[in-house]
Structures are given as structure tokens and as C-alpha cells.
Design a binder for this molecule. Structure first.
Ligand code: GRF
Length: 191
């Protein structure tokens, strides 16, 4: 069985979607939700989904083995970032090499990097006059949004789009494709 740990910092709608997608799956289960943000709505979602959740602070994440120990104790096989805003520390990168995925709400390498998250990304896309945006699913390395790209899907940016309407389009793509791509990647890797 592949056991996923989902990391999120905020709302957690992708966490919910991924968890529901894999519910009852023969090979993949969501085992744990982790967050750096004690006020994140994802904690409530995890409770409703009956998935244990853990809140950690900066010290625990960057200067102790606490989070890595939790992942090991629960035999986590893959780490999935879904709206998680902190950089993954080296100890977790080393232990989960090639087994950490992230989703970014734009077509990387454009509109990536530190500080590029949430509505800010969509504001920049609209301000630059791009007629397309989309989602990027990629492996995670020690630089923000620079790991190897696995999958991209485009959508149109219309003249009437606001950051909010574009965010909604992007979310629909995320819900549709992130669980499927996770599933595909894990099954490819297991062969
Ligand atoms: C998503 O748009 C994701 O691409 C980005 O953060 C957002 C998280 O949304 N990394 P949610 O918390 O899953 O609702």
C-alpha cells in the first residue's frame, strides 16, 4: 500500500478532493494531513474526512527530526504538497527523494518562486496580458517551484477574467487532474 502524507497551509480543498478520490483505493491511501498553520481550514476538513492531522511549527520542521519521524512512524511512502507554503527541509527531501509532488496554479517556469502563491499568481498572469494560464504538477527539490515538471494543463484567460474567476478555473483543473496524476505517478514508480 502507498501511504500519502498531504501537506497544506490553508483552505485544503485539494486535500479534500485527493482524499475523497483515493477513498477505498486498493493501492493508495491518504494517511496523514500536516500543516504549519494552526488556523488552517484544512484541519477541519481532515477531521470531517477522518484523517489524522498534525500541526507543526518552524522549529519542529527545520531544526528537529520531528516531522520526518512522524512520516517514518506512519510508514508514509509519498509526500503530496497541496497549497503548502513552506520550503521542504533537506532531511525530508533526502528521505523522500523523487517521492514529493507539488501543484502550482500557473504554467511554470512562469509565475513561480518565493511569494508566488494564492491570488498573487493570478493577478500577475492577468496583469501581464497572458491569454493562457493553467496548472503545473512537479517534483519538489530544494528550490521553490523548480523541480522536474510531470504534467501541465492549460486554460484560457479571457479579458473579463479577474484573479478570482481565474483562480476558480484553475481550481477546477486541479481537482480534475491532481489526484489522477498522483495515481499515475505512483503506479508508474511501483512497476
Ligand atoms: C492551489 O491553487 C494550489 O495550486 C496552490 O495553492 C492552492 C491551494 O488551494 N499551491 P486549496 O488550499 O487546496 O484550496
Amino acid at each position: 500500500m502507498n501511504r500519502l502524507a498531504l501537506f497544506a497551509s490553508g483552505n485544503g480543498s485539494n486535500v479534500q478532493r485527493i482524499t475523497e478520490y483515493f477513498s477505498g483505493h486498493p493501492l493508495i491511501r491518504v494517511d496523514l494531513v500536516l500543516t504549519n498553520n494552526p488556523k488552517a481550514f484544512v484541519i477541519e476538513r481532515a477531521r470531517d474526512l477522518k484523517i489524522p492531522s498534525v500541526i507543526f511549527n518552524r522549529h519542529e520542521f527545520y531544526h528537529s527530526g520531528h516531522v520526518l519521524d512522524l512520516l517514518s512512524e506512519r510508514n508514509i511512502t509519498h509526500v503530496i504538497l497541496a497549497g503548502f507554503l513552506w520550503m521542504v527541509p533537506q532531511n525530508i527531501l533526502n528521505s523522500f527523494h523523487g517521492r514529493i509532488l507539488n501543484i502550482h496554479p500557473a504554467l511554470l517556469p512562469k509565475y513561480g518562486g518565493k511569494g508566488m502563491y494564492g491570488l498573487r499568481v493570478h493577478q500577475e498572469v492577468i496583469a501581464s496580458g497572458d491569454t493562457q494560464s493553467g496548472i503545473t504538477i512537479h517534483y519538489v527539490n530544494e528550490k521553490y517551484d523548480e523541480g522536474q515538471i510531470i504534467f501541465q494543463k492549460r486554460c484560457q484567460v479571457n479579458r473579463e477574467d479577474t484573479p478570482e474567476t481565474l483562480a476558480e478555473k484553475i481550481h477546477q483543473l486541479e481537482y480534475r487532474f491532481y489526484p489522477e496524476i498522483i495515481e499515475k505517478e505512483l503506479q508508474i514508480k511501483d512497476k
